[in-house]
Design a protein around this ligand. Sequence first.
Ligand SMILES: C[S@@+](CC[C@H](N)C(=O)[O-])C[C@H]1O[C@@H](n2cnc3c(N)ncnc32)[C@H](O)[C@@H]1O
Ligand SMILES: CC(C)=CCC/C(C)=C/COP(=O)(O)OP(=O)(O)O
Ligand SMILES: [Mg+2]
Length: 293
Amino acid sequence: MTSTELTATEASVFIPNPATPYQGDIARYWDGEARPVNLRLGDVDGLYHHHYGIGEVDHAALGDADDSESEKKLITELHRLESAQAELLLEHLGDIGRDDTLVDAGCGRGGSMVMAHQRFGCKVEGVTLSAKQAEFANRRAGELRIQDHVRARVCNMLSTPFETGQAAASWNNESSMYVDLHDLFAEHSRILKVGGRYVTITGCWNPRYGQPSKWVSQINAHFECNIHSRREYLRAMADNRLVPQAVIDLTPDTLPYWELRATSSLVTGIEEAFINSYRDGSFQYVLIAADRV
Ligand SMILES: C[S@@+](CC[C@H](N)C(=O)[O-])C[C@H]1O[C@@H](n2cnc3c(N)ncnc32)[C@H](O)[C@@H]1O
Ligand SMILES: CC(C)=CCC/C(C)=C/COP(=O)(O)OP(=O)(O)O
Ligand SMILES: [Mg+2]
């Protein structure tokens, strides 16, 4: 058996002890997560995401409110918007060849990794703190018979097993609010080849608002995370040889997703905080693509 053919159980053998008690809490959080809003959307086509959606709602696809299939259609539409978000991130990775290696930092259940492999045909290595998530992602890769190209490991994204300069591109899809940004970008900068591309889609608080708003504090408490400001992202990138090539404010593009989600039976209670903070300008949904120079 080659190192790329590890079973889910073997993958978890590599688990280091959590670097901090906080990371232990985050590992437990994601090990225990089973929200229908994530599992039922993933069941639509087998791509399991833990990120939000972008784009216009296709009202024709939703049908009438009294349609017996309306809930199913709504779930399919929310999932379509979440996959559109991942497609946008992948579009910003640049020219990726089949022989390249990509790194997904904070890979969750692996939806973005599968999409990246399907798009580029390359190897995709993911890390997550959660053994349950890594097992889930590796099981899905096995079912799709792409386990020789897509692999999740239980590992701290601030200290990865990847070689210096190994990755053609790397990303954080809604996973950078769990770590110190200077430590994070130092590690991406190390594993990326010179000329490689880093992309993040993230929620960040807006320095123009002043300080994190009560809605931002509510989101932090809900997910046990620590949302950074837009300014912190740009400063930490500049300090780590990552030069922004694109900074896109996706806030107007994600609001339709939240407004639609708020009408579904799968609400989790956090919808109001996202909608209010996006509307009052205290919080922004952004994509940042940067070149490793
Ligand atoms: C909101 S989920 C995003 C998952 C995935 N990127 C997606 O788009 O579906 C956050 C992820 O970050 C991971 N994470 C948080 N802190 C981490 C760390 N220090 N090292 C590795 N993964 C981490 C969690 O385990 C979880 O998988
Ligand atoms: C943009 C920000 C601040 C994101 C915080 C990180 C996070 C928890 C993302 C979504 O995960 P999920 O898909 O598990 O959440 P939910 O259950 O709400 O869909
Ligand atoms: Mg979700």
